[in-house]
Design a protein around this ligand. Structure first.
Ligand code: DO4
Ligand code: MG
Length: 275
């Protein structure tokens, strides 16, 4: 079962049929620990509705905050150590990779987040920018994982590499986050064999492609959520990106007009052009 936010309203997809949700707001939906049961009850006896195909997708976010975990894959650890070595910060990334406490940082709000089909942005004062394709947890106000979506943690690597204390500027700016296409509603963990695929298309050519499987994710999603909820409340629930395991070579930087395509089956594909 999937949940979508569109210009024509909120839709549940089940077995290829789309049902419109009339009475519950997005925030009210994501407050349900038993979202799957709630949606099953909402569509029970309802007829499928037209309108989904013609509508534009919106980011599946209301008042939730977006947080992110970092250095959760070996590939990210290595890339970060390299980018920060001249600033003397490389060691921090090595240490956080193996520490008990994970790196967690604030990433975005709804206003800075775009949905599939929207434009992500690169900072005007950055000269080395990359997408970060990340499995993203949808978490209820009680800290329960109620679904999954795809996230793009757009990052300015030259800014974070100059000094790790610049991380918030490298990570949080208008259009720095994409979520979508919708939410796969399930409380079951995704299989370890699940793959994250990234394609960056430039002028109709694949400029970079990479993939990683969830077996490479060093941290248990439930433990990441447990750390995030320590002494922190999320009255509307939240999104938690789980980190990137795909990093393009250091010679690569995104350019305006590039298309970033991230696929995680069974969630779908998040596709965004760089403004
Ligand atoms: O510590 C820097 C950011 C790490 C990150 O965003 C990632 O590993 O995905
Ligand atoms: Mg990241």
């Amino acid at each position: 079962m999937k949940l979508f936010c569109t210009t024509a309203g909120r839709f549940v997809e089940q077995d290829g049929h789309y049902y419109r949700i009339e009475h519950l707001t997005w925030d009210a939906l994501l407050a349900h620990d038993d979202l799957e049961e709630c949606l099953t009850a909402v569509i029970d006896g309802e007829a499928p509705r037209d309108g989904f195909q013609a509508a534009e997708l919106l980011a599946p976010i209301g008042q939730q905050e977006v947080w992110a975990a970092g250095v959760t894959y070996y590939r990210s650890r290595g890339a970060r150590m390299e980018e920060a070595k001249d600033a003397g910060g490389g060691d921090f990334y090595d240490r956080v990779y193996s520490a008990e406490r994970p790196e967690l940082f604030f990433k975005s709000t709804g206003s800075r987040t775009v949905g599939s089909g929207g434009h992500v942005r690169i900072r005007a004062d950055a000269h080395w920018s990359v997408p970060e394709p990340e499995l993203t947890l949808v978490v209820s106000p009680h800290g329960k994982i109620i679904g999954y979506t795809i996230g793009n943690d757009m990052s300015s690597r030259d800014i974070e590499g100059e000094n790790p204390l610049y991380l918030p500027q490298a990570k949080v700016y208008d259009g720095s986050c994409a979520l979508g296409p919708g939410i796969l509603v399930t409380s079951s963990p995704l299989p370890q064999s699940t793959e994250i695929l990234l394609e960056i298309v430039r002028k109709d050519r694949i400029e970079f492609a990479g993939s990683v499987a969830l077996t490479e994710l060093k941290r248990d999603p439930k433990v990441l959520v447990e750390y995030l909820f320590r002494d922190n409340s999320f009255p509307n629930g939240c999104f938690l990106m789980t980190g990137t395991g795909i990093v393009p070579p250091s010679s690569f930087t995104l350019a305006s007009g590039d298309t970033v395509r991230i696929t995680i089956e069974p969630i779908g594909t998040l596709e965004n052009e760089v403004a």
